[in-house]
Design a protein around this ligand. Structure first.
Ligand code: NAP
Length: 295
């Protein structure tokens, strides 16, 4: 790391917990390569302190903030303006400093999610999204730009699933994409799985290493028996890499995508917004994160 001097500027992450975060590793590697005299730190912050902390950091000329679980919605209150995407999905993962000690709320998860899908043609395809939490909003918003035919959201909680689908329907209304929600306790999902072209896991199921590969698989092990090798599996989880679900997909010869590229891309987009530089070294960010994950 470059020596911290009196001129070094602070950039950071707010979340709870943050000690597992790869962002400090990736960001500081990028700043060093870019010659930016910035230092990125991860700050654990409770929900009730978000506004106080973001206000205070703006007063000490903090150059930018990322926001992670569980504060991406709570931090809306601390923003004086929102970008269109952040406003549409009502979630912020990047705060950009604005004049008069204010913050603009942005969301780079949507674009970050799309980058690993760029080489795939998804026009008129059917997509399943497992989970209906914060990252699922960014995922559905991203899918909205891909001219796909249908999105099926699978959720475990009927009430939150219905609300999610209703909100997303309003956002997708200009496009012709069909969106439906299915409660996995109420319906057999086998035919949906067999027909899907792309399946995205947005739940944390699989984040923790289990003793056997059959454990910790979204929707259970059996449902994937007839998975087609034409289906792309995209897991937002980046550790472990691959998850047991992606290993299962690999065995069936599916194309698999893990969450690391999304993580790197959303971080690189934040740096672009804060620095105004387009040339962010994403390869260096990725290799520094990979090196850290191997330790
Ligand atoms: P979240 O807002 O808490 O949403 C999680 C969703 O998964 C909710 O719908 C939740 O259902 C469901 N869920 C949780 N545990 C479940 C279980 N045991 N069985 C069935 N459903 C379950 O979390 P998030 O912010 O969307 O993050 C989800 C995952 O994505 C995390 O692993 C996170 O690390 C990853 N992520 C990765 C990136 C990246 O850059 N690669 C970016 C964002 C997130 P309920 O509402 O019923 O609890």
């Amino acid at each position: 790391m470059i020596a911290i001097t009196g001129k070094t500027k602070l950039v950071g992450l707010l979340g709870q917990p943050v000690n597992h975060s790869l962002s400090p590793i990736m960001h500081n590697a990028a700043y060093e390569e870019m010659g930016l005299d910035w230092c990125y730190m991860a700050f654990p912050c409770d929900k009730g302190n978000i506004e106080k902390v973001t206000t205070a950091l703006r007063f000490v000329d903090c150059k930018g903030l990322n926001v992670t679980i569980p504060h991406k919605q709570e931090v809306l209150k601390a923003c004086n303006k929102l970008t269109k995407v952040a406003n549409d999905i009502q979630a912020v993962n990047t705060l950009i400093p604005e004049k008069n000690n204010q913050w603009i709320g942005a969301n780079t998860d949507v674009e970050g999610f799309l980058v690993p899908l760029k080489s795939h043609n998804l026009i008129d395809k059917s997509v399943i999204v497992i989970g209906n939490g914060g990252s699922a909003r960014a995922v559905v918003m991203g899918l909205n730009s891909l001219n796909i035919k249908k999105i099926t959201i699978i959720g475990r909680n009927k009430n939150s699933l219905d609300t999610f689908v209703k909100n997303m329907k309003n956002l997708l209304s200009k496009n012709q994409i069909k969106i439906e929600g299915i409660n996995n306790k109420e319906k057999n999902l086998t035919s949906y799985i067999e027909e899907a072209d792309l399946i995205i896991n947005t739940t944390p199921i699989g984040m923790h290493k289990q003793k056997t590969e059959q454990q910790n698989i979204p929707l259970g092990n059996q449902i994937w028996d007839n998975l087609s090798n034409k289906t792309i599996l995209y897991d937002l989880i980046y550790t472990p890499r691959p998850t047991n679900w992606l290993k299962l997909g690999e065995k069936k010869n599916c194309f698999i995508i893990n969450g690391l590229d999304m993580l790197v891309e959303q971080g690189a987009l934040s740096i672009r917004l804060w620095s105004g530089f387009n040339n962010v070294p994403t390869q260096i960010m990725k290799s520094s994160a990979e090196k850290h994950l191997m330790v």
